[in-house]
Write a protein that binds this ligand. Structure first.
Ligand SMILES: [Zn+2]
Length: 303
């Protein structure tokens, strides 16, 4: 059995999966905010309940919104004040007497999709989240690549490529990103970036869903905006794929629900790739909100 915990600022979700990766049991509880002992106890109690229910000693994986473990063994996550700054992996491994694995939620998203029945045969899977921010993860042969700092796959914090300037105009404002750098792709390609670009070109303030609704209504300005956005996404993705050379790109986050994007992207991508490159398969994410639990559980599917 594989127990996956998706730990967020308000809720802890546990999913129990069997060896065929089918969800057998699911439970949600509130995330303790103040007390580290209460945080540990919440997780250990859920694990003990699942062990008793399924009469096994299940594998435990955890996805968190932050840094799973520093060199000193400490977890850092701004939205998890009860756990941040504590040696969570070591403490839970000791309390539960098993190897607890922790990864960040973007990597868990990528892992969840890479282990979909229809996708699992692809050796290199790139997960790309187009949501509040632009993040993602990289899965190679079923295993999440964490790198030195768990930032593998943080595609949104690469800066705009030079051909983006040709597309958007050389006078495009170089925006400051939340990470402290300037010109990060995230500031143009996130849901908010989508709305910012619309405002930049048309001097009209609309949220992304409003622009997409206009697109569905056949509005010419919204149509032109979306075409430009797909071009921008294609050339940024082309750059990332020249590094990653994935077989499959799975797109998640709010903008992935705009299905026109994924189809148009596959058509436009080849011009941003090396001439010899075959275009990867591009799909919208299939597991949505369950991704965090699934990916966390599947941290144990490989050694
Ligand atoms: Zn950034």
């Amino acid at each position: 059995m594989y127990y996956g915990f998706d730990i967020g600022g308000s809720k802890i979700a546990l999913g129990v999966y069997d060896a065929a990766r089918q969800l057998l049991f699911e439970k949600r509880v509130a995330t303790p905010h103040d007390s580290y002992p209460a945080f540990l106890e919440t997780i250990t109690r859920l694990v003990e309940q699942a062990d008793a229910q399924f009469a096994v000693k299940g594998h435990v994986g955890i996805g968190i919104p932050g840094m799973p473990e520093t060199d000193a063994g400490l977890l850092y996550a701004a939205n998890l004040p009860a756990a941040s700054g504590h040696p969570v992996r070591a403490d839970l491994s000791r309390l539960l007497d098993r190897d607890v694995r922790i990864d960040n939620d973007a990597n868990c998203f990528a892992l969840s999709e890479a282990w979909d029945d229809a996708f699992r045969h692809y050796p290199v899977v790139m997960g790309l989240i187009l949501g509040t921010g632009v993040g993602g993860g990289l899965v190679i042969n079923g295993k999440s690549v964490t790198g030195r700092n768990y930032i593998t796959g943080e595609f949104g914090h690469t800066r705009l490529p030079i051909d983006a300037m040709t597309l958007l105009g050389w006078d495009i404002p170089i925006r400051r990103c939340g990470c402290g750098q300037h010109g990060c792709a995230e500031t143009y390609l996130s849901g908010r970036g989508f709305a910012w670009l619309y405002h930049h070109f048309y001097h009209e303030t609309l949220e992304a869903p409003e622009i997409i609704a206009r697109w569905h209504g056949g509005d010419e300005q919204a149509r032109a905006h979306v075409e430009r956005f797909v071009d921008l996404l294609a050339l940024c993705l082309g750059n990332w794929l020249t590094v990653v050379d994935a077989h499959l790109v799975v797109i998640g986050g709010g903008l992935s629900q705009f299905s026109y994007l994924t189809g148009a992207l596959a058509e436009r991508l080849p011009r941003s790739l090396l001439p010899v490159a075959r275009t990867p398969r591009i799909e919208a994410a299939r597991h949505g909100d369950a991704g965090g639990m699934r990916g966390a559980a599947f941290l144990h599917l490989t050694d």
